[in-house]
Design a binder for this molecule. Structure first.
Ligand code: ZN
Length: 796
């Protein structure tokens, strides 16, 4: 009794029992309920030699067997012997059946009849059903005992070949609802090899009834845990009913065959898959194995039904309402604020830029705000918020947005979240002696700064020799300063500044809200010739600290981490007077490259750019440089590279005039023109006349560091001469007069030349401090005088 299923059968699917695919579980509970196909063929008595072997059908198609006529069968007798006859051979359906009957024997030992029934095997044919009925075999005791014997000795090795598919799936039920009892029992059978696992009881058919076949498993075997380790079968064994009846059906609309591995050329026990299937026989009856409907089984079924009807989710009635709160995300800022509140800290004023950015961000979302809301939003003091608001927003005093703030029209279209960094400079008056102008914004900071004027040179974030305290107390700055910050002093610390993340001015402790201009070259440090490369320029750190190089990308990064309001762009300063045209040209190309790289598309550059304009002493290349670089969109002003004309050099003013003319000719006149470097009062006035607006204070520092104090002549700038006191000279040793009569500065008010001479010659720090204070005061006074002079000039 080895029903087999063609693994890729074309057997029509019987209706599903609706239990879904939870095959295993279902099977554990209910495995025996479902029908299975059984091959009866083998248990008959047909001479082996006459048994037919159906020719291999390569794709396992069983189409040759049409079983329509099976439906005519009635009164099926459980085990029949079908005599084979010559007619059967003639009736082969498509002639593919070959006659090598012996081979059937070898084909598969599982076809039990082969060895046990020498009289022959049954080959059910479709023809002559009537004859079959006539030839029903009476099952007498002898035959039954033979069957029993055969069944008892059943040993079912895993089927080789294609059948192993079924085998490997263990107890998994085939997709078909017919469950192979043999498969189900295999484990038991295998683990009980050689011993009895149960008994098949075949009752001869009674009148008008089909024969009764039932299977009673042996309790001892059933309860044995499965040796194959299948947990499902172990748990199933408890509930598996012991007794089953077979309900025999006709195969009405199906064709099923028994397939075996074709091992024609092999020995039978070779467990080798040949891949060939032989049709061993045909299934003519289907027997459904069902457990007896006894109490145990019914109880099991009831349990199962109850289990299945239990809903997976249940509605539970609650006695009282539950308090569930809407989840709310806690943002970092809120946490920080809470913490701050807890610690009792006062609201700390944020950086002006930070607050401004926050306000701009807020206005991106809504057009109108009440001050109170903005104050809450930014978590800043109301006064402070209002102060900033007054700069960037307008207050509506009339409906429909009464009492609300709205961005000033010029800021409304900014997609940037921060106020646009720019240098706002207006030329107010243009005369033959130069031009008067006013800076109203530097970077993101508003200020009032009249030009011509100078930036305040710093070194490492300080006015050299002055602490910020001293500077604040003793240095009288008439205008809001713009600090010039050469990168040399912080170049080695750029990683730290990046980590610090609040920008260079803050890192150096510069005054809050100071306007800071970053520049590449320190006018007071001399750079040697011949070190600039194609992609980077060389600069010296000063004080013997050596040379460094920087390319556009690194400089951009530095600018971005510096947090400065503005910056100079890179320029190839190294074009000696005697350079060839080629060298000039190369330097120009390089400069253009720097500018391009600096403002590469998508590259963010924070701050306003003052485009450095070079070209050495050559007027043509000066103009070319201006044209190539000065018209950039990002250009907020110009920084002129004039180191050839710094204080101390021999200066050809005609040449300088020419190159400045050429430089400015193609450029928009309104933009600010900055000429960093130490220029003495005479040069400054000359440069102002050429149209320079902004200088730096390096001359004053340079003088102080050389132990010199300078004083403008009384009619400056009418006469551009100046007095110079060099404290290295011995003649000042006993001069008990003030440094300079009439100078309001702290040094001149409090100290004599003799004392200053003493300080500088003993290299006391105070000497430098006092000289710096005086020189800076005088230098600023110089610009005041120049502005005065220009304002009295007729406009051009
Ligand atoms: Zn003074």
């Amino acid at each position: 009794m080895t029903p087999r299923r063609n693994s890729d059968s074309n057997i029509p699917e019987p209706t599903q029992n609706g239990m879904g695919n939870d095959d295993l579980r279902q099977y554990e509970i209910d495995g025996w309920r479902v029908g299975y196909a059984v091959q009866i063929q083998g248990i008959g008595f047909v001479p082996v030699g006459n048994a037919r072997r159906v020719g291999d059908d390569e794709d396992g198609n069983l189409s040759p067997f049409v079983s329509d006529e099976d439906s005519d069968d009635c009164g099926y007798a459980g085990y029949q012997s079908i005599p084979s006859g010559p007619d059967n051979e003639e009736e082969t359906l498509n002639g593919e059946i070959d006659e090598t009957g012996e081979q059937e024997q070898e084909a598969n030992g599982e076809i039990e009849e082969n060895e046990t029934k020498p009289d022959g095997a049954v080959v059910q044919t479709d023809e002559k059903p009537a004859e079959l009925h006539k030839k029903d075999i009476e099952l007498n005791d002898e035959k039954v005992s033979i069957i029993r014997q055969a069944m008892g000795g059943l040993n079912l090795p895993p089927p080789p070949g294609k059948m192993s598919k079924l085998n490997s799936s263990g107890l998994k039920r085939p997709s078909n609802d017919f469950v192979d009892i043999e498969m189900a029992r295999r484990e038991h059978w295998e683990s009980n090899t050689g011993s009895e696992i149960g008994r098949l009881v075949v009752n001869p058919p009674e009148k008008g009834k089909a024969s009764q076949v039932s299977f009673i498993s042996k309790p001892s075997t059933q309860n044995q845990p499965s040796s194959s380790g299948s947990s499902s079968s172990a748990s199933a064994s408890k509930s598996i009913p012991e007794e089953h009846t077979f309900i025999i059906h006709d195969l009405a609309n199906q064709t099923m065959a028994v397939l075996v591995e074709d091992k024609t050329v092999l020995k039978e026990d070779y467990n080798i898959a040949t891949g060939n299937l032989a049709v061993e026989g045909k299934i003519v009856k289907r027997a459904e194995c069902r457990p007896l409907a006894n109490q145990n089984y019914m109880k099991m079924k009831v349990d199962q039904m109850l289990r299945n009807t239990k809903p997976k989710q249940q509605v539970i009635k609650l006695d009282r309402a539950e308090n569930k709160f809407k989840p709310k995300s806690v943002h970092e800022e809120d946490l920080a604020r809470l913490k701050q509140k807890k610690e009792g800290a006062k609201t700390v004023r944020a950086d002006r830029d930070v607050l401004m950015n926050a306000l701009f961000k807020a206005f991106e979302k809504h057009q109108y705000y009440r001050l109170q809301d903005l104050q809450m939003l930014t978590n800043q003091p109301a006064n402070y918020v209002k102060e900033i608001l007054q700069m960037i927003a307008v207050y509506n005093s009339a409906p429909p947005h009464k009492s609300m703030w709205e961005l000033k029209p010029e800021y409304r279209n900014y997609t940037l979240t921060r106020i646009r960094s720019m240098v706002k400079h207006a030329v107010e008056k243009k005369t033959a002696l130069g031009r008067l102008g006013k800076i109203t914004q530097w970077g993101v900071k508003q200020l009032e700064h009249a030009t011509p004027s100078c930036m305040m040179y710093t070194r490492a974030g300080h006015i050299p020799h002055l602490t910020w305290d001293v500077a604040e107390k003793w240095l009288d700055l008439k205008q809001t300063p713009i600090y010039q910050f050469p990168i040399q002093s912080i170049f080695e610390s750029r990683e730290i500044i990046k980590k610090y993340n609040k920008g260079l001015p803050s890192f150096c402790g510069m005054p809050k809200d100071a306007s800071v201009h970053l520049c590449v070259l320190d006018p007071l440090i001399e750079n040697n010739s011949g070190y600039n490369e194609t992609t980077c320029i060389a600069f010296w750190l000063g004080d013997g600290a050596g040379k460094r190089t920087i390319n556009a990308q690194n400089y951009r990064n530095l600018v971005n981490i510096s947090g400065c309001d503005s910056f100079d762009t890179l320029v190839d300063y190294d074009i000696p007077r005697d350079s060839t045209q080629k060298k000039f040209s190369k330097a120009m190309d390089r400069k253009q490259c720097f500018t391009m790289q600096m403002f590469e598309q998508d590259a963010e550059v924070k701050g306003s750019a003052l485009i450095s304009l070079g070209g050495g002493p050559n007027a043509y290349f000066r103009r070319r440089c201006a044209v190539d670089n000065g018209l950039k969109e990002r250009c907020e002003g110009f920084s002129l590279e004039l180191h050839d004309y710094f204080y101390g050099n021999e200066i050809d003013k005609v040449e300088l005039k020419k190159i400045l003319e050429e430089t400015f000719a193609p450029l928009p006149p309104s933009k600010i023109r900055f000429a960093p470097g130490p220029f003495d009062p005479s040069m400054v006035f000359f440069l102002v006349q050429q149209g320079i607006d902004l200088f730096d204070s390096t001359f004053a520092i340079k003088m102080a560091e050389e132990a010199k104090a300078f004083k403008l002549v009384d009619d400056y700038p009418h006469s551009d001469a100046f007095d110079l006191v060099d404290f290295h000279e011995a003649k000042y040793t006993d001069k008990m007069t003030p440094l300079f009569d009439g100078c309001p500065c702290y040094a001149c008010q409090n100290y004599t030349r003799a004392y200053l001479h003493h300080l500088t010659n003993t290299k006391e720090m105070l000497g430098m401090i006092l000289l710096t204070i005086h020189n800076l005061t005088e230098y600023q006074k110089m610009f005041e005088l120049i502005r005065q002079k220009i304002s009295n000039e007729p406009e051009l």
